[in-house]
Design a binder for this molecule. Structure first.
Ligand code: AHR
Length: 663
């Protein structure tokens, strides 16, 4: 027995030794020159791009559970069901007071007549149901005017069987003709992913209701009527360098009237005028008739979110042009001033003292300190000479007042073609600070274009890779998947962004969030349902780049050449001056393992153990999902560092991040 065990141990030891010799003999050598500091990597290098698409804001991060709380959707009672025992004409009326309140004109008037349970109720279906957690507090609030007293509101959370899983009671107080806001909190007694909310009326009376609202008690930083903490945490975990917001196409609007106007998204929530979300109707194959923007996530909240997660804010403003794929409606040049004024006022709102008009508004909303806004985008995916002539007007006005403020200009919808070339040269003629390039392309494109920036002009305009995502099928196809291959092709492309950090100062994947039951566009970085979230393999690529960003690029070479696709491999290296670490990122997009030997020159001493983080799977088409959120996720292991060499076997289809302390 003992002899057998010894033989087995001997065989195992022999196999390990043999495989190490094999790595050593066939390993490909890469040289890292750790003391040759190249480009500085900007603190803003890796960021996120937030747009209210795929129910990212309403129905997503903005934790409001009631859909159409103020009856301003195109169909005023969309999302609500009225149940009554006996029909009484006019018992629930939608009323409009547009002359006194044009931002929030509609409300409902309920007349209860000897009402008991079962007589008259209003049920809200939530965005795709409501995610309810057992034991959690839920905060109900409503604005009302009691026209005739004697009516009470019974509040009920219902599970999918219609059973009550939480209840409260609101007894309205006398109001006169003014609106009053009242809140009631209660706890849920069971969990439910697709709950509904029911209000039934008791007694006799007439009451006007508006802003009927329900929030979970566990919002991010416990802010009342705030954000889903799990979704914000996913962003915070990425340690993003910046957050670009609020779009994307919603900045432009289908037509100018539905463009994003930041001034309408601040101040008291009941005064923020709702508009249709352009993703409501954009894709005939993914219609979302109940998609509107309530602006619960408005510009103040965007700035606050940026501050919370340590990201520089990067707002994008409409440049006086609606989406050129839709109406292509342009503000005439003699009427462009209000658009320019919005940009100037936004800088004041974000940064100026509390004694200024807009600084005062910010302070009244609870943030007297500046939000330190240093940059802004003018236009999203706009193009053509009409765009350039508008940009010139914006630029003059903004730079005259704020000479150091950085402006981001769009280079259109595509990273190549005539429109791109024309715009690229025009934007450089007007000394663009930062040019925003977008690429929605197949994975092969990302791998083939890793050297895109190697020959870009240095020391002039910086590049912002503002929206990019590899499409496993094709752009806007509902069949696109966030699979491992797409993530690896992005990781490969990002080695080229990092290597050219003197040209590329910012980059962000797009879009950021998608609700599994309410999306219009795929692929997306983070998927959610009403209670859960998961990161895609693409999310982990973004996170690894951002968390292990480093401060300076150093050469990472094979045969004196950058590692940019040889045998399906891509690599880059940097050091982090703050942590004294050497960081190597290495992508193997091939189906074969690759034995490597990283030889590190230009350092006195290295810690004998480093950390290797690997993101991989046997199957390049594998995805994560709500039920298998971590199927593909980074795993850490130790690597030996001997004689300033790191040798290991790189798995097929893998993204590898190696970190080692320089002593
Ligand atoms: O990210 C989705 C959309 O793609 C953005 O709104 C737009 O800028 C781009 O075309």
């Amino acid at each position: 027995m003992k002899i057998k065990r010894s033989i087995v141990i001997f065989l195992i030891v022999f196999q390990i030794a043999a495989s190490n010799i094999a790595v050593a003999q066939s390993a490909k050598t890469y040289t890292i020159k750790a003391n040759e500091l190249k480009a500085e990597i900007q603190p803003t290098m890796w960021g996120v791009f937030f747009e209210d698409i795929n129910m990212g804001a309403d129905g997503g991060i903005y934790a409001e559970l009631i859909k159409n709380r103020s009856f301003e959707f195109a169909s005023p009672l969309m999302g609500w069901t009225i149940k009554r025992k006996q029909f009484i004409e006019g018992d629930v009326q939608v009323l409009n007071r547009k002359d006194v309140n044009s931002a929030n004109p509609r409300y409902i008037q309920v007349t209860a007549t000897n009402a008991v349970k079962g007589s008259l109720s209003l049920t809200n279906e939530g965005f795709r149901g409501m995610g309810i957690k057992n034991g959690l507090r839920y905060d109900f609030s409503v604005m009302y005017r009691l026209k005739s007293p004697g009516v009470k509101l019974h509040l009920e959370l219902l599970n999918s069987k219609g059973e009550i899983i939480g209840e409260g009671l609101l007894s309205p107080e006398t109001t006169g003709n003014d609106w009053k806001k009242q809140s009631v909190s209660f706890n849920a007694i069971a969990a439910e992913p697709k709950a509904k909310f029911n209000i039934w009326f008791e007694g006799n009376g007439v009451i006007d209701l508006d802003m009927i609202s329900l929030f979970p008690g566990d919002t991010w930083k416990n802010r009342p009527r705030g954000f889903r903490a799990d979704m914000v945490q996913m962003l915070a975990d990425m340690k993003p360098g910046f957050i670009r917001f609020p779009g994307g196409c919603i900045v432009e609007g289908r037509e100018l009237a539905t463009r994003y106007q930041w001034k309408k998204t601040i101040g008291p929530i009941e005064d923020r005028q709702l508009i249709i979300n352009r993703w409501n109707t954009e894709f005939a194959h993914r219609p979302t008739p109940d998609y509107f923007q309530t602006f619960g996530l408005g510009f103040f909240e965007y700035f606050q979110l940026a501050e919370d997660i340590g990201a520089a804010p990067l707002p994008i403003l409409n440049c006086g042009m609606a989406c050129q794929f839709n109406t292509a409606e342009f503000a005439s040049l003699d009427e462009i001033d209000p658009y320019v004024q919005d940009a100037l006022d936004l800088i004041e709102f974000a940064n100026a003292g509390v004694n200024t008009k807009w600084g005062k508004v910010r302070a009244e909303m609870g943030h007297p300190k500046s939000f330190n806004l240093t940059m802004m985008g003018v236009g999203n995916e706009n193009w053509g000479p009409q765009y350039v002539e508008r940009l010139k007007i914006f630029t003059k006005a903004i730079k005259d007042k704020y000479p150091d403020f950085k402006l981001v200009y769009s280079s259109g919808t595509d990273p190549d073609g005539e429109r791109f070339d024309d715009l690229n040269s025009e934007l450089r003629k007007i000394n663009a600070d930062i040019i925003d390039e977008h690429y929605y392309r197949r994975p092969e494109w990302f791998m083939q274009n890793v050297s895109r920036y190697d020959n870009y002009p240095r020391n002039t305009s910086k590049i912002f890779a503002g929206e990019y995502a590899a499409q496993s099928d094709k752009t806007v196809s509902p069949n696109n998947k966030n699979n491992l291959l797409t993530a690896l092709s992005e990781a490969a492309f990002m080695t080229g962004l990092e290597r050219n950090a003197d040209v590329v100062s910012m980059a962000s994947y797009a879009p950021l969030f998608a609700h599994v039951d309410g999306w219009q566009w795929t692929p997306d970085l983070i998927w959610v349902d009403n209670l859960r979230t998961y990161g895609t393999p693409n999310y982990y690529v973004q996170k690894l780049y951002s968390v292990y960003k480093g401060t300076n690029v150093v050469p990472f070479l094979s045969n004196n050449q950058p590692v940019a696709g040889q045998d399906g491999t891509f690599g880059t290296a940097c050091i982090d001056k703050k942590t004294n670490e050497l960081i190597v990122k290495f992508v193997n997009t091939s189906d074969k393992k690759q034995d490597v030997n990283f030889k590190i020159a230009g350092v006195k001493k290295l810690q004998p153990k480093g950390t290797l983080t690997v993101l991989t799977s046997d199957k390049p088409d594998q995805v994560n999902s709500i039920d298998e959120p971590m199927a593909i996720s980074p795993k850490d292991q130790e690597v030996d560092v001997k004689n300033k060499e790191i040798k290991f076997s790189v798995k097929p289809y893998s993204f590898n991040v190696i970190r080692v302390k320089m002593l």
